[in-house]
Write a protein of this length. Structure first.
Ligand code: ADP
Length: 251
């Protein structure tokens, strides 16, 4: 087997991915999601309709429990709507059928504790069929791009919170996704570290030409993005007070 098979080329500032020509990445129509059934059922999302376009720099803001994670999971194809539809026109099918095209940065620690940093970052590549040696090279490339290659042989429990979150970003970008979804990526970090993590995330997205959607309850984070949507009690509002800057998002 050709070890380069399925391997994305290295991520560098000179090789932005083809995302710029892809069009609408996510389309949601009247989406509702209910967890559970009967008297304990929780309607986490009510009738959300929206589109996320190529190049989006989008913040989804709302207090804890308002539905931000659920909305991001729907966008990633990790949850299915109870009613309504979620489609990914530019991907052709849902992200689970096209692994590697959507990178997810989860809230809090998400690294596998028994794998070192390089192995954690290489994992999504290996899972998408990239030869282990090539996956390692690409993982090192992503770590190098984020200037954390010196962490490569450390285990997750040897990392600070900010370092772990940067490694999670490297893992999300290693497959050169067209869309990065980050769920409260700074929720457990102090202000300065959180700012740096957002810098890194936006730089990674710029390099890849990827769209970015970040959920946050922190205005210091949402202000860094071009467009802000709000969610309250599962109701999504896409009316952006700063629509004059509304690039990359259609609705
Ligand atoms: P946020 O990310 O804004 O904190 P979530 O999307 O996590 O909000 O949660 C939205 C609502 O759905 C909350 O009421 C939460 O308790 C509920 N919820 C989230 N996940 C589950 C689950 N797996 N089972 C039942 N209820 C859930």
């Amino acid at each position: 087997m050709n070890p380069q098979a399925n391997a994305p080329s290295p991520v560098t500032a000179a090789t932005p991915r083809r995302a710029a020509t892809l069009g609408t990445l996510i389309e949601m129509h009247d989406v509702a999601l209910t967890y559970g059934t009967g008297p304990t059922a929780v309607v986490a999302i009510h009738g959300a309709t929206c589109q996320v376009a190529t190049g989006a720099r989008l913040a989804i803001t709302g207090p804890s429990g308002s539905g931000k994670s659920t909305l991001l999971h729907l966008m990633a194809g990790l949850e299915r709507p109870t009613t309504g539809s979620v489609t990914w026109p530019a991907l052709g099918e849902d992200p689970l059928g096209r692994p590697g095209l959507v990178g997810v940065v989860f809230q809090g620690p998400s690294l596998i504790p028994t794998l070192d940093v390089a192995e954690n970052v290489a994992l999504p590549l290996v899972l998408t069929g990239t030869h282990a040696r090539v996956a390692h090279e690409l993982a090192m490339d992503a770590l190098d791009t984020l200037e954390i290659d010196e962490l490569a042989s450390k285990l997750p429990d040897e990392l600070s919170g900010g370092q772990a979150q940067r490694v999670a970003i490297a893992r999300a970008m290693a497959t050169r996704p067209v869309l990065i979804l980050a769920d409260e990526p700074t929720g457990q970090l102090d202000r300065a570290t959180g700012e740096h993590v957002i810098d890194v995330l936006l730089e990674a997205a710029n390099m890849l030409g990827a769209a970015v959607v970040i959920s946050t309850h922190d205005p210091a984070v949402s202000d860094r993005l071009t467009t802000q949507w709000r969610i309250r009690d599962g109701v999504l509002s896409t009316t952006d007070p700063s629509t004059t800057h509304d690039r990359g998002v259609t609705r």
